[in-house]
Design a protein around this ligand. Structure first.
Ligand code: 13P
Length: 249
């Protein structure tokens, strides 16, 4: 059985004042059947990790570099993220694939760097609207999965997030059948590549316009082990009911 995970991606939102949202979450979810992960902007990682130490909340970064050190101005290495006390890192988010031309090979290298630093990589996959309309969704997802996930992946080193690009921040959500089709496909590919035991243990998250009002419905789907939430993770009052929906799913 895969671990259930409620993950929040704050993207480029939040300052030290936002740590109060984390404090609220820590208090309202002192115990939890699922893993809760909050990924704030890099400058908040250290304080966020300190604040949530010994709580049910885990902290993650939103990206890492492939190398350990060097002349990469502005970049952050995976072991530096681990050094803040964070335990997860998102890699290959569609916003980075697009804005920074990250290819599958880059994403895989980042996921390997994360693994080597002791972090769990949340590897993001997702098709564009154009891909979906051309009926290429499974081809695209299959290619991203094969190219972005390192060999020897385990449930401790990799989590997969399926985020259709057209559903991110748009309020548009795929039908349950569309989510199920892609998640079943990903599960099958993982089992074929890593064996049934490991393939079934790797958590598969859905992301794209998840809100308190639709979370319970999405979590009903087989092979949906949780969510990667953007906008609705910024306020504890919006994210808490999503965590509760996952807990009771
Ligand atoms: O990109 C996302 C999470 O990584 C999803 O963002 P929204 O939940 O704001 O659609």
């Amino acid at each position: 059985m895969a671990k259930k995970i409620a993950a929040g991606n704050w993207k480029m939102n939040g300052t030290s004042a936002s740590l109060s949202e984390l404090e609220t979450l820590t208090k309202s979810h002192s115990t939890c059947d699922c893993a809760i992960v909050i990924c704030p902007p890099a400058p908040l990682l250290f304080r966020a990790a300190n604040l949530t130490q010994d709580s049910a909340i885990n902290i993650g970064a939103q990206d890492c570099h492939t190398d350990q050190s060097g002349a990469f101005t502005g970049d952050v290495a995976a072991h530096m993220i681990a050094d803040t006390g964070a335990s997860y890192v998102i890699v290959g988010h569609s916003e980075r694939r697009e804005a920074y031309a990250e290819r599958n090979r880059d994403v895989r290298n980042k996921a390997e760097a994360a693994r080597d630093a002791g972090l769990t990589a949340i590897v993001c996959l997702g098709e564009s609207l154009e891909d979906r309309e051309a009926d290429n969704t499974l081809d695209i997802i299959g290619g991203q999965l094969a190219g972005s996930v390192p060999n020897g992946a385990t449930a401790d080193t990799v989590v997969i997030a399926y985020e259709p690009i057209w559903a991110i921040g748009t309020g548009k959500v795929p039908t349950l059948d569309q989510i199920i089709q892609v998640h079943d496909f990903i599960r099958g590919e993982l089992c074929a590549r890593f064996g049934t035991e490991t393939g079934n243990q790797i958590s598969l998250l859905y992301g794209g316009s998840v809100k308190a009002s639709n979370a319970a419905e999405i979590f009903k789907a087989k092979n949906v082990d949780g969510a990667l939430v953007g906008g609705a993770s910024l306020q504890a009052s919006d994210f808490s009911p999503i965590i509760d929906a996952l807990n009771t799913a």
